[in-house]
Design a protein around this ligand. Structure first.
Ligand code: UD1
Length: 362
């Protein structure tokens, strides 16, 4: 039983379900969608782009406070689990749906595997960090994307036999869909073909829920916009805060171009042609590293240090000066990380290794 809930889950589950369906003698995959994300642009379009079969169960929980959302997912998921009695439940990533479903499984004694286990930002003010630590503590199989994650888990006392370094399933989706994304017309639609442009995403509560922090970030981004257009597909919570904090005029008068959230293929086509990506997303730090595109992470920490050590990522914090400095260095080709590498096992075959691990333990 494969759990999805929020946008960053869909591209992780797609290759796993595809591989399970390919091995039809060994697997009968079911999909449960919690409904944490529900807008067409945040959910349905990903099922279409990634060719994910329609969910077998839809819990339709929607948005709420963390406590209410987590509790609603648990309450709605428990009867499905009791009725279906799967051999394994797979949870991915670090969203509220991940911990909610893992916790239900642990209490009912159903085996749960966590894909993307062991990542740690060491910042417990991030809701995702709490979700990561707790999900790992109660999972039976911990499937990791990088070896630093294995070390984190061992340091937390998780026995080595529960941990499998399988690589990055998000990169399976990326490589699988690169060719398909070429049919997207998003660059033409936005009149960007042949031009230098930056891509921006921003949705972490720590960046967009506090007026001061968000305002400082915007100042830096407006300055970068003086050098090249900054294309900004806006997450719903971020759009709401731009309006609430009275930033709309500032954005309109800048070279930052707000657009609606994009589907998987359009977004891939957009960022794969960018001169630089600026983001507070976890997944995009990995995707830019896999494609060799410079990335500025607008946070003070990252749970994905390998994208800095080996890849194209720069951790620049939220201070205007540092963001501008690194961005301008990249634009002037003075800080391009030319020797960047794709991390080990980010090779498009992680889903196969995940299925192997499930069978091996079964
Ligand atoms: C969630 C994840 C985060 C992930 C992000 C990707 C948690 C704790 N957070 O954050 O790790 O990076 O998804 O997007 O699970 N909303 C809509 N339409 C939707 C969904 C949400 O308008 O389809 C709005 C609602 O106003 C909602 C707000 O966005 O209150 C926040 O949504 P929520 O799912 O609570 O958290 P995200 O910020 O999306």
């Amino acid at each position: 039983m494969n759990i999805v809930g929020a946008r960053p889950n869909f591209m992780k589950i797609a290759p796993i379900v595809r591989e399970m369906r390919r091995r039809e003698n060994d697997f009968l995959p079911l999909i449960v969608h919690t409904g944490q994300h529900y807008d067409a642009a945040m959910s349905d379009s990903f099922f279409v782009d990634l060719d994910i079969p329609a969910p077998d169960f839809h819990l339709e929980v929607g948005s709420a406070s963390h406590a209410v959302q987590t509790a609603k997912i648990m309450t709605a998921f428990e009867p499905v689990l009791l009725e279906q009695k799967p051999d394994w439940v797979l949870v991915v990533g670090d969203v509220n749906s991940t911990i909610a479903c893992a916790l239900v499984c642990a209490k009912l004694g159903v085996r749960v595997a966590h894909v993307e286990a062991g990542l740690r930002s060491r910042d417990r003010s991030m809701p995702e960090e709490i979700n990561r630590i707790l999900t790992d503590a109660i999972s039976d199989l911990l499937l990791t994307t990088s070896q630093d994650a294995d070390e984190n888990l061992k340091q937390e006392g998780i026995p080595a036999e529960k941990i499998r370094f399988v690589g990055n399933v998000m990169i399976d989706s990326l490589f699988y869909n690169l060719k398909k994304a070429e049919s997207s017309t998003i660059r033409e639609d936005l009149d960007l073909n042949g031009k230098d442009y930056a891509v921006l995403t921003l949705h972490r509560p720590s960046n967009v829920d506090e007026k001061e922090v968000f305002s400082g970030l915007l100042n830096a981004l407006v300055s970068i916009g003086e050098k090249l257009p900054v294309i900004f597909p806006v997450h719903p919570r971020t759009r709401g805060n731009i309006e609430k904090f009275g930033f709309s005029e500032k954005v309109e008068n800048s070279n930052i171009q707000l657009i609606n959230p994009l589907g998987y293929l359009d977004f891939m086509r957009l960022y794969s042609g960018a001169r630089v990506v600026l983001t507070d997303s976890g997944g995009l730090q990995e995707e830019t590293t896999a494609l060799g595109i410079p990335c500025l992470t607008l946070r003070d920490n990252t749970e994905r240090p390998i994208t800095i050590e080996l890849g194209t990522n720069h951790l620049v914090g939220t201070e205007r000066g540092k963001i501008k400095q690194i961005a301008f260095e990249i634009l002037e080709n003075k800080n391009s990380k030319k020797d960047a590498k794709i991390p080990p096992l980010w090779d498009g075959h992680a889903a196969e290794r995940i299925c192997d691990a499930l069978l091996e333990i079964y």
